[in-house]
Structure formats: C-alpha cells, structure tokens
Ligand binder design. Structure first.
Ligand code: NAG
Ligand code: NAG
Ligand code: NAG
Ligand code: NAG
Ligand code: NAG
Ligand code: NAG
Ligand code: NAG
Length: 371
C-alpha cells in the first residue's frame, strides 16, 4: 500500500468514526433552541448537529435544548405562500452566524452554498446528489415549546435535496393560518440515506411565526406517515397510493429508546420524500378542510376525496415551483375530487394539490414513487 492509499484509508475511517469536528448537520438560526451549545455544554457531545439515537425521551426531544432557548424576539418567519430560506450546515462556522462559533468563519468563499467546507459529503451522510433523502420542517400552533408533544407537530414543508445546500428553501403553504400570540413552535427533521452512515434521527426546535396569512382554517390532526411509494431497493417496484397517509402528517420519530412512532429497520429508514407521501415543497393538504374524506389507508383502500378550495388572489403561490399543473385538460379527470363545477378560468388549490398528490384517477400513478 502506498502512503497515499494509507492516508486515504485513514481519512475514510476518520470520516466514519471520528466525526467530532465536522460532521452531521443541522439547521442554524438564532431562533433555534441550542444555538450556542458547544461540545463543552453537556457531558456528552450535544451540539445541534449531533445525531439522536438510542436516547431517552428527554435527551432526544428538542435535542435536549429546551433549557437553551433563543433570545426573546428571535423568530424564524414563515411567509404564507412564499419561500423561507434556512441555513443548513455541519458547523455553525459555515453559516452566517459564524461570529458565535468556536472555530470562527469556515465558510467556503468559492461556494457559499457549501454546507460543510473542507469535508466530503459522506460526513453529512450522503454519497452525492443521487443519495439525498430530504428533510422537513414541522410546526405546532403553540407558543410554549415545553407544552408541545410529539403528535402536536405537523410537517408543512419538505425539501427533498436536503442536506446538500447550505441555503435551503422551504415553500410555505399559502393557507397557513396565523400563529397564536407569541408565535408558533417549529422543528427541523432529517433522516439520511441508509447508504451513508449509521441509522439516526435529527431534530432541532426553533421559534417560528407565520406571516401574511390569508386563511384562518386550522391544521388537521397529524397522523403517522405510511410507507407507500415505490421502493426498488426493497423489491417494491410500484407505488401503492391507497396505502399512503394523506393530509397532515407527523414527523418521524425513529431509533430512540422512547416515544418512537416509526419502527422501520436499519436499511429501510423512514425518509421525507415520495416514499412516505412527503412530496417536494409546500404540504398544501394539511388543513382541516383539505379533504372531504380520507379512507383508512391500506394497500386496497380507495383514494381520498379532496375538497375544492378556491385560491385566494391576494397572495402568490410562487413558492414550490411544483404547482405548474395543467388546467387545459382537467375536467374529465376530476373523478376523485369533489368539485363538479371545476372552472377552467379559476385556479383551485385542491386541483393543484390533486395533481401533486396523484389523486386524479387518470394520473394516479404519475406522481408516486421516489425518483
Ligand atoms: C449566543 O452567543 C452570542 C455570542 O456570545 C450572543 O450574542 C447571543 O446572545 C447568544 N445567543 C443565545 C440564544 O444565547
Ligand atoms: C430545495 O432547496 C434547494 C436549495 O435551496 C432549492 O433550489 C429548491 O428550490 C428547494 N425546493 C423547494 C421545493 O423549495
Ligand atoms: C407573528 O406575525 C404576525 C403577523 O405578521 C404578527 O402580527 C405577530 O406580532 C408576530 N408574532 C411574533 C411573536 O413575532
Ligand atoms: C403499507 O404501509 C405500511 C405502514 O407504513 C407498510 O408497513 C407496508 O409495507 C405498506 N404496504 C404496501 C403494500 O405499500
Ligand atoms: C404576484 O406575482 C406577480 C407577478 O409575478 C407580481 O407582480 C405581484 O406583485 C405578486 N403579488 C403578490 C401579492 O405577491
Ligand atoms: C399541458 O398540456 C399540454 C397538452 O396536453 C402539453 O403540451 C403541455 O406540455 C402541458 N403542460 C404541462 C405544464 O404539463
Ligand atoms: C366559473 O367562472 C364563471 C365566470 O368567471 C363564474 O361565473 C362561475 O361562477 C364559476 N363557477 C364555479 C363553479 O366556480
């Protein structure tokens, strides 16, 4: 073995086994719990980027950072119908908030979007662009994070290219209602590919607030998401739309000792993408009035019936870039939506959602299955 081979081997080993300085990932915002937590703060490495596994509830919930709240007034804004840009990085020094990082500014001048300067992507658990599993933001309409329980969170935005870019856009559903006084409680959730390191969970809480609301309809009660998309690595070639959870869905709580809601094995982690009906972008169907009926999911269940909700004209849905549905040939395809008076001159959120969620009978199979 040449010296460079040895060095390379050593490097791979350290990337896997000694990821103390630069590894893993988290969202970074002054509105987060644990913003200034370092390797020294806890008796164990409880930096926001440290993964969560085999932990008791208090230790993993909010990353055990509830005693490290943001400064008052620091809130992450969620503009309804628009995009919220978050910073995601393996080290605070790689973000705009480097000034309060132990190691100072380590941003990559050649690539401001680099989430982990100087480290290969395996340190943030991806083999590359075709190995990304998505991350998500959840919200609880409660101003006191200590009152929030796991089932109070609803995933409202998904970005399936997480955690590849430091600046990651999250499309906020247009119909998000206003938060209570004092704001809402949010969290970042991520589970990485099984090809890229040991199985583990990520959760970071932060204070958030919806701005520019045009609707007051509350979110529906969130349900546990089911594995329903095509899953070729596990020999499931077709999606099974009747088996999906539709509407408001809870985050995944996986691989800890208490209060898990997912029990998937090591090589089939639950992930925030089409495999669990977490489609890219704003989750537009999470409201109490989004559906007329949602049958209990099963491989043979009928598909749910979406309500036909007119879109407000006062704000733009420029957010996800995935609502480019085709209005010219839709009327004959509305078999599973309620609206019989579908109007080619009117934009209907339900119709957009139906396209994205594959609920038109004739396009049922088009939008399922992880790519
Ligand atoms: C984090 O540390 C910085 C620098 O010391 C300080 O200005 C800021 O107030 C701290 N934030 C929190 C939430 O403790
Ligand atoms: C996901 O984030 C990337 C990087 O910021 C962005 O290019 C993409 O548009 C985002 N997706 C959505 C649906 O916002
Ligand atoms: C949340 O946003 C609303 C609407 O802009 C605003 O009235 C309210 O003061 C904000 N609350 C917090 C805690 O920032
Ligand atoms: C249906 O979903 C359940 C729960 O996630 C999963 O265990 C099962 O494999 C899925 N079945 C099919 C056929 O998709
Ligand atoms: C909606 O989009 C149009 C064209 O992109 C823009 O001119 C207008 O200002 C936007 N309106 C709002 C409320 O954002
Ligand atoms: C809309 O439908 C027309 C005719 O079927 C097709 O040519 C066009 O590509 C479609 N556009 C989108 C955005 O799907
Ligand atoms: C369809 O549009 C026409 C013209 O704008 C309007 O008069 C009618 O009420 C609309 N119908 C429905 C079902 O929205």
């Amino acid at each position: 073995m040449t010296r460079s081979h040895q060095l390379f081997g050593w490097f791979i080993l350290t990337a896997y086994w000694l990821p103390a300085a630069f590894a893993h990932s988290s969202i970074w915002t002054p509105a987060m719990y644990g913003f200034n937590v370092t390797t020294q703060t806890f008796p164990y490495d409880n930096r926001p980027v440290a993964p969560l596994k085999n932990m008791a509830f208090d230790q993993w919930w909010f990353h055990n950072h509830l005693d490290y709240p943001p400064n008052s007034g620091d809130t992450f804004e969620l503009p309804a119908g628009k995009v919220a840009t978050a910073e995601i990085a393996c080290n605070k020094g790689a973000t705009s908030f480097f000034a309060s990082s132990d190691g100072g500014d380590i941003r990559n001048p050649a690539n401001p979007n680099d989430p982990c300067p100087g480290s290969p992507s395996i340190t943030y658990h991806t083999q590359g662009l075709d190995d990304l599993m998505g991350c998500a933001l959840g919200i609880a309409y409660m101003n006191d994070a200590r009152q929030v329980k796991p089932e109070d969170f609803t995933i409202f935005s998904v970005n399936q290219t997480c955690v590849f870019y430091r600046f990651t856009d999250f499309a906020v559903p247009e119909r998000m209602p206003p938060c209570p006084e004092g704001g809402c409680t949010c969290a970042f959730f991520w589970i990485h590919s099984p090809k890229s390191g040991g199985e583990e969970n990520y959760m970071n809480g932060f204070k958030c607030n919806v701005t520019g609301s045009t609707s007051t309809v509350a979110l529906a009660e969130s349900k546990v998401a089911r594995r329903c998309g095509a899953d070729p690595p596990n020999n499931k070639l077709q999606s099974v739309p009747g088996n999906c959870t539709y509407g408001a869905k809870q985050p995944f709580y996986w691989k800890n000792l208490e209060q898990n809601n997912m029990f998937e094995g090591d090589f089939s982690p639950p992930v925030y993408n089409d495999l669990y009906n977490f489609l890219e972008g704003a989750q537009d169907d999470i409201f109490k009035d989004s559906y007329i009926s949602i049958p209990d999911p099963s491989p043979v269940a009928p598909l749910p019936v979406l309500a036909d909700i007119p879109q407000s004209t006062s704000s733009n849905t420029t957010s996800s870039g995935h609502q480019d549905c085709n209005h010219t040939d839709t009327d004959s395809e509305q078999a599973s939506t309620s609206g019989q008076g579908s109007n080619s001159t009117t934009t209907h959120i339900a119709r957009q959602a139906a396209y994205r969620f594959g609920l038109f009978t004739s396009s049922r199979n088009r939008h399922f299955g992880a790519h």
